[in-house]
Design a protein around this ligand. Structure first.
Ligand SMILES: [Zn+2]
Length: 461
């Protein structure tokens, strides 16, 4: 009897273990089913480890960026467009996790948890995805980067549509370099990374937009203050170096000329708490959703910083790192009366029966916001930068507003060149961010890239 009871106990234990295992398996299948079915070993969808049968990906004008034909994945006929849209479309093998072919593979391959690959078997493919991107503008941005690493992003600040998202280095999917070359050559460093969404950079003087916002909100008489720059600001704990001897300036001129002495002084007056508060309210420390994709979190930390470090933080140096997509949203907030929409990349998803199953414009993700009054004053200051300092002639007919940055990085390396701005034209409500890694001066290297891309989006005028 004892033995039987023991055996029954063992059986019960085994049965219980089996049921628990089944529950875990089912739960995992529900969570991972899509990934399991459409992983690259599934022969129905992948041939020799490559995505073969899937819906088409087009740009906003219907240009086909990727499609399947006869079990092969085909890409745009222009090499420049293929390279410029690599990070948006994704590669054939799925190494670029932020690419549409990875992030939306369930939709593209027609997999659903209930039906498995039923849709694929019935129709031979999954849904088609139309992006908000403009392929020509992406190619213009890639060409303007001219072999340098970096990123360009442009979006409509009134709707959130992302028109340009380019990350360099890139490669041609139709002529992929060897795995060895991609892994070891300096020119391909971080090639699978989408720098716009996942990159983090020292912002340099583009951060003065944030410091200026804090000043406008916290220092009542900031616009009538005057500053004196003798090429540096000496503080007990260190010296802030300025790019020039600017002499006497008011707040607007200090912003125009990007005076470090004045802005470090403003940062010290604001103090670490108020400056930190401003960054938090503008979305530092947060990840934003661009559809199914997520941005890297911008970082601002001045806890324990001395005055000189706080001064450097106020001019976009110290330990601060920003994500380009997040900076674009801040520019969007300035341009759009304080409401910085989150960008979106997927315009529509259409199933094989022609039914639209997803519309990006209906899903407003959380963006960044600032008081309308701050946005309006920053907009005036950024317009003044172009009108009175960079020159409108560099952005013909665009009515641009902007702020450059020349972000100091490691010793012995050129600084990162930045431009953050937007057009005030009602018929061209576009904001842009440009980062040229180790490109040098923002004024001389990032502005021409921005001007070329904006021109391409302004009908090539
Ligand atoms: Zn100065």
């Amino acid at each position: 009897m004892k033995n039987i009871a023991k055996r029954a106990g063992v059986l019960y234990a085994l049965a219980a273990a089996f049921i628990v295992g089944l529950v875990i398996l089912t739960a995992q299948f529900a969570v991972n089913g899509g990934a399991w079915s459409s992983n690259r070993f599934n022969r129905h969808i992948y041939t020799r480890g490559q995505i073969a049968s899937a819906g088409a990906i087009t740009d906003r004008n219907g240009e086909v960026l990727a499609k399947s034909d006869g079990g092969k994945r085909l890409y745009h006929e222009s090499r420049a467009v293929r390279k410029a849209t690599l990070h948006a479309v994704g590669d054939t093998e799925g190494f670029i996790s932020t690419g549409i072919q990875s992030a939306y593979r369930q939709e593209l391959t027609g997999y659903s948890f209930l039906n498995g690959i039923y849709t694929l078997k019935k129709y031979g493919r999954g849904s088609d995805i139309r992006l908000t991107l403009d392929a020509n503008a992406c190619a213009a941005a890639y060409n303007a980067l001219d072999g340098r690493k970096g990123t360009v992003g442009v979006y409509n600040y009134k709707t959130g549509e992302l028109l340009c998202m380019v990350s360099a280095p890139s490669y041609d999917v139709n002529n992929k370099p060897s795995a060895m070359a991609l892994a070891s050559q300096e020119k391909y460093e971080g090639v699978y990374l989408n720098r716009f969404l996942s990159g983090l950079y020292t912002p340099g003087s583009t951060f003065k937009v944030v410091t200026a916002a804090a000043a406008l909100e916290n220092i009542g008489d900031i616009t009538t203050r005057s500053f004196v720059c003798d090429g540096k600001l000496e503080l007990p704990s260190g010296t802030i170096i300025c790019s020039a001897v600017h002499g006497k300036l008011n707040f607007e001129k200090a912003f125009n000329r990007s005076c470090n002495s004045a802005f470090a002084q403003i940062a010290v007056e604001l103090g670490s708490q108020r400056l930190t508060q401003e960054t938090v309210s503008l979305g530092f420390g947060e990840s934003f959703s661009v559809g199914a994709l997520a941005t890297a979190k911008s970082r601002f930390n001045v806890s324990g910083a001395d005055e000189a470090q706080l001064g450097w933080a106020g001019v976009g140096q110290h330990t601060t790192l920003v994500n380009p997509c997040h900076m674009l949203m801040i520019a969007g907030a300035v341009a759009n009366g304080g409401e910085g929409l989150a960008p979106y990349l997927v315009d529509t998803i259409t199933n094989p029966s022609g039914i639209v199953t997803y519309k990006g414009s209906l899903f407003k993700e959380k963006g960044v916001s600032m008081p309308a009054e701050t946005a309006s004053r920053l907009s005036g200051l950024m317009r003044s930068n172009v009108e009175n300092y960079y020159s409108d002639s560099r952005f013909p007919g665009l009515r641009m507003c902007g702020k450059t940055g020349t972000a100091e990085v490691e010793k012995g390396k050129q600084p990162h060149a930045w431009f953050l701005g937007f057009s005030q034209r009602d018929d061209l409500p576009l904001a842009i961010v440009v980062v040229v890694e180790n490109g040098g001066s923002g004024n001389s290297e990032a502005i021409p890239v921005a001007a070329r891309v904006m021109k391409a989006l302004d009908g090539g005028r």
